[in-house]
Ligand binder design. Sequence first.
Ligand SMILES: Cc1cc2nc3c(=O)[nH]c(=O)nc-3n(C[C@H](O)[C@H](O)[C@H](O)COP(=O)(O)OP(=O)(O)OC[C@H]3O[C@@H](n4cnc5c(N)ncnc54)[C@H](O)[C@@H]3O)c2cc1C
Length: 391
Amino acid sequence: MPETTSAPRSLPLTDLSDDEKSFRELVRDFAEERLRPLVRKMDEESKIPRELIDACFDLGIMGIEVPDQYGGAGATFFMSIVAVEELARVDASLAVLVDVQNTLVNNALLRWGTDAQKARYFPKLAAEWVGAYALSEAGSGSDAFALACHAEDKGDHYELTGRKLWITNGSEAELFIVMANLDPSKGYKGITSFLVERSFPGFTVGKKEDKLGIRASSTCELVLEGCPVPKENVLGEVGKGYKIAIETLNEGRIGIGAQMVGVAQGAFECGLKYAQERAQFGKPIAEFQAVQFQLADLATEIEAARLLTYNAARLRDTGAPFVKEAAMAKLFASRAAEHVTSKVVEVYGGYGFSREYPVEKYFRDQKVGQIYEGTSNMQLLIIAKQLLGKM
Ligand SMILES: Cc1cc2nc3c(=O)[nH]c(=O)nc-3n(C[C@H](O)[C@H](O)[C@H](O)COP(=O)(O)OP(=O)(O)OC[C@H]3O[C@@H](n4cnc5c(N)ncnc54)[C@H](O)[C@@H]3O)c2cc1C
């Protein structure tokens, strides 16, 4: 993959640099040729085939921002957004696997990892290891810092005990960023991030969720029973895990915005085509103004969602403040995806309700966009805090 720079800010947001354009084409071709033929089977079997994940590594989309010295592409955050959008246009499950890898796991390691941690994990994350990000628990979701998973200092290592829930990539991952509290008396200031390898003793991946949408993406419970973690596997500083959690999710949610833009776009393209093919009252339904207006409205919503998402990503790449814009992008894009996919089901009429056609899956897949990496209410809270100067 070529080295890239983000397009200069004076350009329109959707005006991609040559590198960005060719990268988009690369991912789109991959999604059409390798992913699309497998989508239905993956959904039915609730599994992403390992060969497809290996193909993502080969394509260079599992280490987009990973510096080239470690085998990554050394590209921008915006490129991750392009990859996630393009994959989600075809399948939201593979999109979220790639999204978590790049915008959460690699991103956190890039920002807070020591040189030794980068040297140990980046070559694996760019070439063969899937990563996962484990914050949520049964009792702590929106109130993430109420987490009960705890760490104990055992002198030459830490010991982690507790359970995590809803962990994306749980089935496939080899490396887990796990948040646990080292000193609950300090409240959220005891939370620390640990790099936990799947092979560590006392660590097991538990039940896999049976879900409404993104069924091929694994969402698992993690069980830690006195799991020993070497001292050098603390990510960032002891007691600063809360900061890592907040800051990675601030960035990660731009990826979810991109996933939702991709889902909406994929569904919309189906609707646009179908409306020109399906005839009623002696003509294609796309000739009815009511249908035309509906398509025009949906296209406008997708464009607005894309602009918000690209803007947040480009702000992040240029080092400008982006937290409010990222929350707005996820909030708006997930609402747009819900509306667009629902209306496309209607454009298909009864066929939209059938599993024989692709649109019901887009409708199921979008719903999670309003839940993970902060529910829509949490996004509203972040935006309001920013507006009121409380963050
Ligand atoms: C498919 C899937 C994959 C996931 N992947 C991961 C992952 O990889 N890693 C990870 O750590 N987590 C993951 N999650 C967890 C996800 O981040 C949480 O589900 C999410 O943060 C919401 O938490 P909760 O489910 O406990 O809901 P709750 O926090 O119980 O919220 C329930 C409802 O109450 C509302 N609510 C709660 N508090 C407030 C408030 N103060 N003001 C207004 N409304 C409020 C919420 O908006 C929501 O509507 C995943 C979840 C799913 C479904």
